[in-house]
Write a protein that binds this ligand. Structure first.
Ligand SMILES: O=C(O)CCC(=O)C(=O)O
Ligand SMILES: [Fe+2]
Length: 225
């Protein structure tokens, strides 16, 4: 069913949730966006990190987001061993397929900025409003992982006339990299719904944990400013 098949005020709300554009399965041509559906975190590690996050951070019902910080002089500080191991596994997995400059941006040998990890919990039906990660707070080079469940992430150009929005299916255990245009010139968001339309099927949402690593800009690591 397409939008033109029905009047815009159709009362058929039962179908509203699934009448959505279908998500694509591989990286859309957005400069600086890197995603490969075949590059998966090892099952055991993904399940361990998922369980760890749920138990450690989300045992209280009102909490669905936490932020952790590792200072530049000691990037391991502030992050639990599980996330340090996760970072190193992601670095190894992505090395062969990322352009070397993007890999170095995400996983520098000698970090000069403080790293933030933001851990988000989504129950079915929850999402995140389209946004560009704060320009005043975070630098270039953002990497996120999906754990526990898939979702569809929507991308839209900040300059609306430039390109068409696109939706990308992020299976659990996949990683997504936002750099350059993908980080600065496109918004990303996740719609609040119970199911996603992916190619020609409907995928149910479950409990999803995402972990996103970003660099704090100089001064942005000063609390209370
Ligand atoms: O859950 C995700 O994968 C995205 C999270 C995000 O965009 C953010 O925290 O800025
Ligand atoms: Fe974001």
């Amino acid at each position: 069913m397409t939008a033109s098949d029905e009047p815009p005020d159709s009362p058929n709300s039962l179908f509203d949730e699934i009448v959505i554009d279908s998500a694509v399965l591989s990286a859309p041509p957005i400069p600086g966006l890197f995603f490969s559906p075949d590059l998966l975190l090892p099952r055991e590690m993904a399940d361990d990190v998922f369980r760890f996050c749920i138990q450690e951070y989300f045992h209280h019902q009102s909490v669905n987001q936490i932020m952790l910080f590792g200072v530049a002089s000691d990037p391991s500080s502030g992050l639990p061993p599980q996330l340090i191991t996760l970072l190193s596994t992601m670095s190894d997995l992505l090395q062969p397929s990322l352009p070397p400059d993007v890999h170095a941006l995400l996983f520098p040998k000698h970090p000069s900025a403080a790293r933030q990890a933001i851990v988000n919990l989504y129950h079915p039906g929850e999402g995140i409003t389209p946004h560009v990660d704060l320009l005043s707070r975070f630098g270039d080079g953002i990497i996120g992982v999906s754990l526990g469940c898939s979702c569809v992430m929507d991308f839209a150009p900040v300059n609306q006339e430039a390109e068409s929005p696109v939706s990308l299916f992020l299976p659990e255990r996949t990683m997504i990299v936002l750099s350059g245009d993908a980080r600065y010139k496109w918004t990303h968001g996740i719609q609040k719904r119970m199911t996603d339309r992916v190619a020609d099927r409907i995928v149910e949402r479950g409990v999803r944990v995402s972990i996103t690593f970003r660099w704090l800009l100089p001064g942005a690591d000063v609390v209370g400013e």
